[in-house]
Design a protein around this ligand. Sequence first.
Ligand code: SF4
Length: 51
Amino acid sequence: MNCQPSEAPCIKICEHDAFKVLGGAITLDYDKCTKCRDCVEVCPIGIISIQ
Ligand code: SF4
């Protein structure tokens, strides 16, 4: 919860619309995620883990 959803770099960089904001929390839709890892690179606190 480091970033405001409107400013979150993971949401901005994802070309696959895989992030959603639910109840103020940023969530990841694994059905849309292609595991490109672009969001991993831009997360300022390195919290995103893509297996
Ligand atoms: S790894 Fe998945 S969620 Fe992250 S930017 Fe790529 S497609 Fe989007």
